[in-house]
Each structure stands twice: as C-alpha cells, then as structure tokens.
Write a protein that binds this ligand. Sequence first.
Ligand code: GLN
Length: 186
Amino acid sequence: MKVAVLALQGAFIEHENMLQKLGVDCVELRQRADLDKDYCGLVLPGGESTVQGKLLHELGMFDVLQTQINSGLPVLATCAGLILLAERISNDQAVYLATLPVTVRRNAYGRQLGSFHTEAPCQGLGTIPMEFIRAPYVEAVGPGVDVLATVDTRIVAVRYKKQLGLSFHPELTGNPAVHKMFLQML
Ligand code: GLN
C-alpha cells in the first residue's frame, strides 16, 4: 500500500514521517509524471495554498489531481490542503480543486491567534491534540459533509465521501490517530 504526498511546498515531510511510522510507504508528488505512479491515497499538506495552487497549475498537475480525487482517490488534506479542496473561500476570490463542498475562511483566526495548540474531541477518535498555524476554518458545509470536530463552535474537521479535511496539523502533534483513521479509508 502506497500513499502519495504532494511535495511541492509546506509540511509534507512531517506527513511522510508519520505515515512511515505507521508502516506505510510514501510516493512524493513533485511533477506531472509522478501522478502516473501507483498509490491508493493522497495527502495534501499544510503550507501556503496560493503557492501550492499556482505550482499545481504551472507543473500541469492540477487537472489530473482533480480528476483522481473526483474519481474517489481518498484524500487527507490539512490546513492549506483543506483550502485547496474547498469549493469556496469566503474571503478570497480564488478557488482551487473544488472537490469538497464546503466554504472555508483563510487565515481565519487573525493575527493574535494565528497559531495555537488545543485539544478537542474528533468523531470516532476521542480527544486529540490539534496544532493550528494561520489556519482556515470551515464556515459552511454542503449536503453529505460530516462535521467531525469543532473548536469554540468553529468547524475544524470534516469528511465528505473519501475526503478528510482538517484545519489543523495532526502530523505535528506526534499523535497518529488522524492518520490511522485516514488509512482505514483506503
Ligand atoms: N495560511 C495558509 C494559507 O492560507 C495555511 C496555513 C497552513 O497550512 N498552516 O494557505
């Protein structure tokens, strides 16, 4: 079983380390040709969604990735990755892969609370640690989207079909619960 990790920018190594600890081989996606490799899941890491979105277009990876996700490739998307998946960004004109029927707000916690650590219950996992770094949250969900976690009434984790979208960084906490849940979806 191999899981692809988008490795253009951002916190992709941390996801690879977590997956490797769980005994999973990773394939790094850096160029168009990598999308022909054999993998049964995809991780979209945190980082800067504007940069990642631009690179996906420039490298000719955008359409293929979008088709793979729409065809049912399971995805774990964290932070900037969640922004890439969202159908709408309420405070930005941009829209990227648009495979996940949610509206997100970028940099939603403002400057003061740009980065913080907390713990909160996540459906099926109990209470888990959550690392927020200039994070988005989900403002609205479409039909068929399950809300898995909220922090202070804000939605921070959702699932839609095989897409798992998180505002926070589970790969930075040392707690493998979210990655294990993702592996069960493959
Ligand atoms: N603020 C970033 C963005 O808008 C997301 C931050 C992150 O991925 N940690 O893309």
